[in-house]
Design a protein around this ligand. Structure first.
Ligand code: LLP
Length: 443
């Protein structure tokens, strides 16, 4: 494999700062990730294909373990889950945050210890709770008052289940309205301000089958500042103190959720995980000392920041056309494998790979779906000679793309290929037309 740095004329798009650390430039505009030429991976596995750098995922897990040595780090499975991902997270010493029977069953089947899994969800189905109790998950997060009696009944008089109560601390943070969950007026959690959190705590404490292990909050996602976490932490410590005062109970755990922001394009801000760890530790020690509380064990639940930057989506260009002033570059995937631009207006930095590019010009990368809103990246710099058959790679594609993929237009969901130390292996195969037909059993 060639690893020499080859300068390209397209310096505007040649910034690899948001790519996996293993990314190297090959000759003639090629790129390798995890020692694997992306163009070769596209040939071998077809397109669209999602390439996941195992080393980058592991390294990110290690960064969290090092920054939070005394905390419990749970990987939020909703960002992306597969059996290999389960194994990497387990081997790196993280726990798991799951939010459905599907995620739970997959993780446990892949060998993940159920005691290190936490179950979330604003509306847990009977199946979710059955799986959680049957598999023996470590903790269940209570998200609404009605759940308390339901879980207590399912646990039965002889059982004992650890739970956390999800609190809405009244802190607004996050990259988009749809992913802000820290204030009243959205569906998650129990309000700190109107007293529902405290009354849920009282109800849980009255259930012999439930053990209240602590409090939980998750204020939002794609947060790039430390301050909102500090505000949430102080309010949560305040609630811990009230619970001690009113119920004589000192809770051993404080889960501050995930939401750690990453850069999708060069120059964008990312949350500094090491600074977050240092300042949370300081604020927790200080807040607890002032309240006369022992310091609870901190739990965090990053998803995006573990897997997002480790993934690259590779598409093939199917058509190029100019309409008015806009050059549309249409690729063989789109909103069915990445709904994020359409949902949150997120912007990506795609790049042509696999051949020497001409000078750049603005272009809009669109998908193949039957909607004008199926735009993957508007107004990005792509080589002026971009043409059908070219490969377009989109970095920072590891989180909330495949896990949110849909069956729109019956295109089929792309495969996931792990790359590591020069080898590529298929983790999740492509969804075929036969897969789609198999489910359609009526006449
Ligand atoms: N914990 C809880 C309770 C959560 O609800 C979430 C994400 C996480 C942890 C992990 O958050 P992260 O560290 O990944 O930001 N689909 C959206 C993101 C939705 C996040 C939902 N909850 C997106 O593509 O931006």
């Amino acid at each position: 494999m060639t690893t020499a740095v080859v300068p390209t004329p397209d310096s505007g798009t040649d910034d690899l700062s948001v790519w996996p650390a293993s990314t190297t430039r090959l000759g003639h505009g090629g790129l390798a990730v995890g020692g694997v030429d992306l163009a070769e991976a596209a040939e071998r596995f077809g397109t669209p294909v999602y390439v996941l750098d195992e080393g980058e995922v592991r390294e990110r897990c290690r960064t969290y373990r090092a920054a939070f040595p005394d905390a419990e780090v749970l990987y939020a499975a909703k960002a992306f889950l597969s059996r290999a991902m389960v194994r990497w997270v387990d081997e790196e010493g993280l726990g798991l945050d799951a939010c459905s029977a599907g995620e739970l069953e997959l993780a446990v089947l892949a060998g993940f210890p159920p005691g290190r899994i936490v179950l979330h969800g604003n509306a847990k189905s009977p199946r979710d709770l059955d799986s959680a109790l049957r598999l023996g998950v470590g903790r269940i997060v209570i998200d609404s008052p009605s759940e308390i009696a339901r879980i207590a009944a399912a646990v039965g008089p002889a059982g004992r289940q650890k739970v956390l109560v999800r609190v809405v601390p009244g802190v607004s943070a996050g990259g988009h309205d749809k992913i802000r969950t820290g204030t009243d007026g959205q569906k998650f959690g129990l309000s700190l301000t109107d007293g529902s959190a405290l009354s849920a705590v009282a109800h849980v404490l009255s259930q012999p089958g439930l053990e209240l292990a602590g409090l939980h909050c998750h204020i939002g996602s794609q947060i790039t500042e430390v301050e909102p976490y500090l505000t949430a932490l102080r309010r949560m410590v305040g609630l811990l103190a009230r619970i001690r005062d009113e119920h004589g109970r000192v809770l051993p755990e404080l889960d501050l959720g995930g939401g750690h922001g990453i850069a999708y394009r060069p120059g964008e801000a990312a949350l500094d995980v090491t600074a977050l760890a240092r300042r949370l530790r300081g604020a927790l020690a200080e807040g607890c000392a002032a309240a006369g509380l022992p310091v609870p064990r901190l739990v965090i639940e990053p998803g995006r920041a573990v897997v997002g930057p480790a993934g690259v989506a590779v598409y093939r260009v199917l058509a190029v056309k100019s309409t008015g002033d806009t050059v549309f570059v249409a690729v063989d995937g789109g909103m069915s494998d990445n709904p994020r631009p359409a949902l949150y207006g997120v912007r990506y930095a795609p790049r042509l790979i696999g051949r020497t590019p001409a000078a750049p010009r603005p272009a809009t990368v669109v998908g193949r779906h039957c909607e004008a809103g199926d735009v993957l990246a508007a107004g990005v710099a792509l080589p002026g000679d971009v043409r059908p058959g070219d490969l377009i790679a989109v970095p920072v594609a590891g989180a909330y793309q495949l896990s949110m993929a849909s069956g729109y237009n019956m295109v089929g969901r792309p495969p996931v290929v792990a790359v590591h130390e020069g080898a590529a292996r298929l983790l999740v195969r492509r969804e075929t037309l036969a897969d789609l037909r198999r489910r359609d059993i009526g006449e």
